[in-house]
Design a protein around this ligand. Sequence first.
Ligand code: SF4
Length: 163
Amino acid sequence: MEKILVSACLVGRPVRYNGSAKLVEHPRLAQWRQEGRLVAICPELTAGFSVPRPPAEISNARDGQAVLAGKGQVSEATGADVTSLYVAGAEAALATARAHACRFALLMDGSPSCGSGFIYDGSFLGRKHVGAGVTTALLRENGIEVFAETEIDVLHARLAERA
Ligand code: SF4
């Protein structure tokens, strides 16, 4: 049965930077969970961050792809450069995906790690732009399809096509 990599915060684990979860209550997600298909990851915790932790954004309106190419940086609001930890978290997520032969992932949008449709622009002013986080960018570079929590039905359709 096809396994799905999923952001731990979306299945209720309180691992976000502010100690919260972002539980998604959707019948398909509940079904996948019951079927044992979900492989939960939190790239930031895996990289060694704790809960809570300072918020971080990809600087200067760049995205995860730029970070992986060495042309972007992930910074905390204090200016601390945490790029290498974000890349390490992405690499750990990819290793987990490979270990479970995941071809699909459902990740929390907006995160500098897990974002897939939008991320914040590095100003810490709540400004968003189109782009992906570092983990999403690495997964996509390796052929894994990444969907946001608002795209569960789209993911379901893709799973049916690839079954
Ligand atoms: Fe959720 Fe991903 Fe942020 Fe972890 S890194 S809290 S899984 S969005």
